[in-house]
Design a protein around this ligand. Structure first.
Ligand SMILES: [Zn+2]
Length: 242
């Protein structure tokens, strides 16, 4: 865990995250608990005694069984953001963005096989859109991606898993095309959907269309069957569960 926080700071370019809690803090304490709750959770950092910063993470047994340790870097990222984003979807998307790159599960898989993370998730989203969802109908789940507020689907449902993947794919698109700094400003300082224009210089509607077009045109590095074979071979070899 102590290795994850600096990696998250580097990825997000957010070395200063704790100064909002206490500019002089020298130590960060993280209380980690593993329990039988349906979901993993994180509490906001607070000032502790003696100039420390403290927060707690509860990892669900349920979730640490799924791709290795994605849940921990995901929850830590919520803390490093230091704020609740106006868009639930953007916040979960950035947490999965870092988790895919530093969790011992998928990050090794991507590195070992020289796979582009964005390509992998966008392709997955494309296949799901073609198989399950009809983007033309503007269904409710797809509509909530990147929106202000919005509800989080339960991660245990198919819609929920897909909502997280779409949110990540949307954030991957923002970072790739507008850069991490602007994306982080939007996530940390934005108040509503008009702030896409403020921080990225493009309207939310336009951006949504751009992203959907990007996903639909995504050319995979490997076919879905090749990806499936590669991931199951990798997780078998590395002891995780895919
Ligand atoms: Zn989360």
């Amino acid at each position: 865990m102590s290795e994850y926080i600096p990696q998250i700071e580097t990825l997000l370019n957010a070395q200063d995250w704790y100064t909002a809690v206490d500019a002089d803090a020298g130590t960060v304490f993280v209380n980690l608990e593993i329990g039988g709750t349906p979901h993993s959770m994180v509490w906001s950092p607070t000032k502790g005694a003696d100039g420390t910063i403290e927060f707690s993470i509860l990892l669900s047994f349920n979730q640490i069984k799924t791709p290795a340790d994605r849940a921990l870097p995901h929850e830590l990222t919520h803390s490093v953001l230091g704020t609740t984003c106006f868009s639930n979807s953007l916040e979960e998307g950035i947490c999965d963005y870092t988790a895919a790159r530093i969790g011992a599960g998928y990050s090794d898989f991507f590195e070992k096989n020289d796979i582009d993370v964005m390509n992998f998730y966008n392709y997955d989203v494309r296949v799901a859109l073609e198989d399950i969802y009809d983007a033309q109908k503007g269904n409710e789940m797809l509509d909530s991606i990147g929106r202000a507020g919005g509800y989080t689907y339960s991660i245990q449902t198919q819609d929920g898993i897909f909502w997280y993947e779409c949110s990540q794919s949307f954030v991957e698109y923002l970072v790739k095309n507008y850069g991490m700094d602007k994306t982080m400003q939007l996530i940390r300082e934005g108040n509503d959907e008009t702030d896409y224009q403020t921080y990225l210089g493009v309207s939310f509607e336009e951006l949504k269309d751009e992203w959907i077009a990007c996903v639909k045109n995504c050319e995979p590095q490997y076919t879905i069957d090749e990806y499936r074979q590669m991931t199951s071979a990798f997780f078998k070899e590395n002891g995780g569960v895919d």
